[in-house]
Ligand binder design. Structure first.
Ligand code: DOR
Ligand code: ZN
Length: 330
């Protein structure tokens, strides 16, 4: 049995830098036609020049991949620099609260400090991508406690397009649903299928450890219900975030799930199990493009029902569902 899908978009992916970038960009290009690359590299993408350079590096590694760029919103930018970044391929800024995740030690303590740039972003129709977690709150409450900032942003900048990235809690799903149409959320594959049990419930599973944490069953169900209702505010951003095995399994393990190599096969299974395969195209290649105001993908890709075992490691990182058997492949 075959299934024809539009070539997927990933509106949230980490491709890293240097030698790693080469592998991860190539791997991403095997799954996706178009990606929005996150800027939390070392050094960060936070200037017109670094946007240009990062795009070139990605395209050198994966020439066929269509790349949309983000820049880190950890300082205020001039109007001229914003426009220069747009010219170089940036469509969105990514906001990281201080210290909440990988490479956010240069994040921002107070979002209001970024309002001058956010105002310019609203004027020039950039998208604001939010890592929505409140530093210092109890780990399972961080997303919920961030929502006040999202609501204030909406009030202050009513025309700004905002994406709450990797939505993971029932409260955040509800909040995004209730806010106006210029507010959407990306959904990862792992937040659709994991709860805290899959990280610490039985054995410790560092490959499933990520930020925001997968939470309680009710939270996972809320994320699933939003996606399987076909609500156009919820679209795929895998947050595929590879780290080497050594970095994951250490005294201070890195947060991030490497999902890109399995994302689409897993999604086909999940949508199939819910009898919602008809909604998959919009989730992986429709709603996101519409929100970002870019043309929907015209190319298609065929997946075949044929079992395969996910390798224990890919590109030196442990992928989501490592060692498990999946039903679909390209
Ligand atoms: O788990 C995560 N890993 N969450 C993020 O927000 C960042 C990402 C990374 O870059 O590793
Ligand atoms: Zn991310």
């Amino acid at each position: 049995m075959n299934i024809t899908l539009p070539l997927p978009d990933d509106f949230h992916i980490h491709l890293r830098q240097g030698k790693d970038l080469e592998n991860y960009a190539k791997s991403a290009a095997l799954q996706f036609g178009r990606v929005l690359a996150m800027p939390n590299t070392e050094p960060p993408v936070n200037s017109a020049e670094s946007v240009k350079k990062y795009k070139e590096e990605i395209l050198t590694a994966a020439p066929g991949l269509e790349v949309l760029l983000t820049f880190k919103l950890n300082k205020n930018y001039s109007e001229q620099e914003l426009l220069e970044m747009r010219k170089n391929g940036a469509v969105a800024a990514k906001y990281y609260p201080l210290g909440v995740t990988t490479n956010s030690q240069d994040g921002v303590a107070k979002i209001e400090d970024m309002y001058p740039t956010i105002e310019l972003m609203e004027k020039h129709d950039f998208v604001l991508c939010l890592h929505g977690e409140e530093p210092g709150a109890f780990c399972l409450d961080r997303e919920k406690e961030f929502l006040k900032h999202l609501e204030k942003l909406c009030e202050t900048f009513p025309k700004l397009r905002i994406v709450l990235e990797h939505v993971s809690s029932a409260e955040a799903v509800e909040c995004v649903k209730n806010l106006p149409q210029n507010v959407a959320a990306t959904v990862t594959v792992h937040h659709l299928i994991l709860t805290l049990n899959d990280i610490v419930g039985d054995s410790l599973r560092p490959q499933n450890f990520c930020k925001p944490l997968p939470k309680l069953p009710k939270d996972k169900e809320a994320v699933r219900a939003a996606v399987f209702s076909g609500n156009k505010k919820f679209f795929l951003g895998t947050d595929s975030a590879p780290h080497s095995l050594e970095k994951k399994e250490s005294l201070c393990g890195a947060a991030g799930v490497y999902s890109a190599p399995v994302a689409i096969p897993v999604l086909i299974e999940e949508f199939e199990n819910e009898n919602k395969l008809d909604l998959l195209s919009n989730f992986i290649a429709g709603f996101g493009a519409d929100f970002y105001k870019i043309p929907r993908q015209a190319k298609t890709v065929i997946y075949t029902q044929k079992e395969w075992q996910v390798p224990k490691t890919i590109d030196g990182a442990v992928p989501l569902k490592a060692g498990e058997v999946l039903r679909w492949q390209k």
